[in-house]
Design a protein around this ligand. Structure first.
Ligand SMILES: [Zn+2]
Length: 229
């Protein structure tokens, strides 16, 4: 399945148009037909590293690695927007006249915190794991709370940089829900940091991506809803 670019822009947004992060073509996805190729490549890698892939301890390693990598790369060629399902129309409370004022609406943030994920660093092909906090100020649509967690996990199933995972989640929310504003914060541990800098093995990498109208009072509402890490 190929990605379907969407161009809806939230009302009031004056940001320059951003280039979407490209999705790999579906033909590049490591589907079941490629399992044998992946296993052969793992055997070759082991041999190149000086191992004997025929020794008993490594005999099933290629198929285990193939299964693990196929799952970790499963999002390639898929638009993560699919995980969001159908947006829910946002019925604003019109019982009080002040609710029609933009200043009131700007305080109505929704946050889903502490969504666990695992992904692969595209520079080293080793895991980075952690949690994602998502907050947005809705305009016309809401996302199902479980659907937002599903979006994070679907967006994570490909090799990438942490910065791009946050952008992918934020841009998908903008495209599908057309909210006033979005904030995505990711807190993660990177195995490659632990390998290369053992003294920093518990270092947390925090990235924040914002989209839409993120000046006051939207920013206050987003940060208040998302809270400290
Ligand atoms: Zn890395």
């Amino acid at each position: 399945m190929t990605a379907t670019p969407r161009s809806r822009t939230p009302a009031g947004t004056s940001e320059p148009k951003r280039e979407p992060i490209p999705f790999a073509a579906a033909s590049e996805a490591p589907g079941p037909r490629n399992r044998e190729r992946i296993m052969a490549a793992v055997r070759e890698l082991l041999t190149a590293l000086g191992e004997d892939p025929t020794r008993s301890g490594l005999l099933r390693t290629p198929e285990r690695v193939a299964d693990l990598l196929q799952d970790s790369f499963a999002g390639i060629g898929r638009d993560p927007a699919i995980a969001l399902g159908t947006p829910i129309p946002y019925e604003q409370d019109r019982s009080a006249s002040e609710d029609h004022q933009p200043a009131r609406r700007a305080r109505d943030a929704v946050a889903v915190r502490n969504i666990a994920f695992q992904s692969l660093c595209e520079h080293h092909l080793v895991p980075f794991t952690g949690h994602v906090d998502v907050a947005y100020v809705p305009a016309r649509f809401l996302g199902g709370l479980g659907r937002i967690a599903a979006l994070v996990r679907e967006a994570a199933r490909r090799p990438q940089l942490q910065e791009h995972l946050g952008a992918r989640v934020a841009d998908t929310l903008i495209a599908v829900l057309a909210p006033e504003s979005v904030l995505v914060r990711i807190t993660a541990y990177h195995a490659c940091v632990a390998y290369t800098e053992p003294g920093a093995s518990r270092a947390e990498v925090v990235t924040v991506v914002t989209r839409g109208v993120v000046d006051d009072p939207h920013a206050r509402a987003l940060w208040a809803s998302i809270g400290p890490t």
